[in-house]
Write a protein that binds this ligand. Sequence first.
Ligand code: PLP
Length: 379
Amino acid sequence: MNPLYFDHSATTPIREEVVEAMQPYFSDMFGNASTIHRFGQTVRQNLEAARKTAADILGADSREIIFTSGGTESDNLALQGTVQAEKNPRSHIITSAIEHAAVLNPCRHLEQLGVTVDYLPVRPDGIVDPQTVEAAIRPDTTIISIMLANNEVGTLQPIREIGEQTRARNIILHTDAVQALGKIPIDVNRLNVDLLSVSGHKIYGPKGTGLLYVRSGTPLAPLFFGGHHEQGMRPGTENVAGIIGLVRAMELAEAEREDFSTATRSLRTLLETGIREKIENVRFNGVSGCRLPNISNISFGDVDGDTLQLVLDSQNIAVATGAACSSGSGNVSHVLTAMGISPELAGSSLRFSLGRLNTEADIRRLLDLLPDMIAALRQ
Ligand code: PLP
């Protein structure tokens, strides 16, 4: 039986077109982009062309793009970089309880250094209420960091509305757009954001690649010190092949965004309708508000999610019980519990995240197997 992969929010397979675009940078185009001879200068030109393409996709200017090693580094740079640039250890951060560990853990680290952090609750629909954000703002609030789309349930957050508040008050707004890129339109000006994180491997690009959009004039200090690369914000010889691959993946994701959304949304409807018809005692999480088209998070009452995941894996079917970064940690999803779901039900949940190569036949095979697996586990 062919393997079935429904874990695209954890990572995606790199696309042929992306590998092709990267290939020359492993051989002929090996020059260091900071050198002045032709080996380096040709690479520099291509690197800057890629930066311009990435900027255009996000509605930004080339000078506002800092290439990084991925979503985690971009989130860390955004949070630690703005607090450090302020040189005020007493600053205040507002974030949400449903952020990825790449935001939550830098916040916890900053708390140890004297920064105060508010982890705002979410409504039962998995969405941060802009009024709660407004009420949490203090005179010393430096940065608000709320994700654009949640990685476990796919809920979309009201960033544009929150951005109206931050703009009016001169507070920096960061959003983690790692899961949103390629699925919903992203324009940094429309969203009113100052900082935005992107990761390559969630969009069929290479792992270990990403970028941080930094609105011109946003105070930011680097995390690393070294050469002048990336305007001194991210020193180190550029990962040119990775950057070229990231940007090619961004171009393809953006060009195919609408088709991707339509296709995955219709497969998800097939999946959710099938599960609703064939299996009792299920709960669909985060479905009442706006959500990404490709994620479905479902609790199967009286079933242990980890066990169900292993049973599916024994049939070569890959799904997730939560974020890849916390799977195996034995922790119940902080996202589902923040939505008011009991730890027991949260522990019985699976995340299905669909991708561009999934087909109707894939969903039907899953729907053929799942009811019996669940019935067996419930016995
Ligand atoms: N932010 C979100 C919302 C994610 O889903 C992930 C990856 O799971 C990350 C950040 C981390 O990105 P990366 O794996 O590129 O470091």
